[in-house]
Write a protein that binds this ligand. Structure first.
Ligand SMILES: [Cu+2]
Length: 120
């Protein structure tokens, strides 16, 4: 016996042909955020910020998460004022950015650790 199924339409349990296209386009594309996000997370791992640069909207926040077993110390200048945030091993700190602009930050004991926060 030989069944040539290659060209035959698939049959449902009741014997009627199954729909040819299973792709019904029911999934609408997710709306794209116009600029950045409301919040961002920057991981600190092996003496590196990841990602170093983030973009977010005014009013958004950045959370730094220290994944290292040593302390880091994030320095960020907001509105002309330097903010210092101690990050003990595996600690975290969240900073809210109310104003637009480009803000740089760095790690106090490790000046080579640097990054930017762009607020739009
Ligand atoms: Cu550091």
């Amino acid at each position: 016996m030989h069944f040539d199924v290659a060209g035959s339409p698939a049959l449902k349990a009741d014997g009627t042909p199954a729909p040819q296209s299973a792709h019904d386009h029911a999934h609408a594309p997710s709306p794209s955020s116009e600029i950045g996000t409301a919040s961002a997370v920057i991981a600190i791992s092996n003496f590196e910020f990841a990602p170093e640069a983030v973009r977010l909207r005014a009013g958004g926040s950045v959370t730094w998460e220290n994944h290292d077993s040593v302390a880091h110390h994030v320095i960020v200048t907001l509105d002309g004022k330097e903010q210092q945030h101690a990050l003990p091993p595996h600690g975290r700190v969240t900073v809210t950015f109310l104003q637009t602009g480009r803000f740089t930050y760095h790690c106090l004991p490790h000046p080579f650790m640097q990054g930017t926060v762009e607020v739009e």
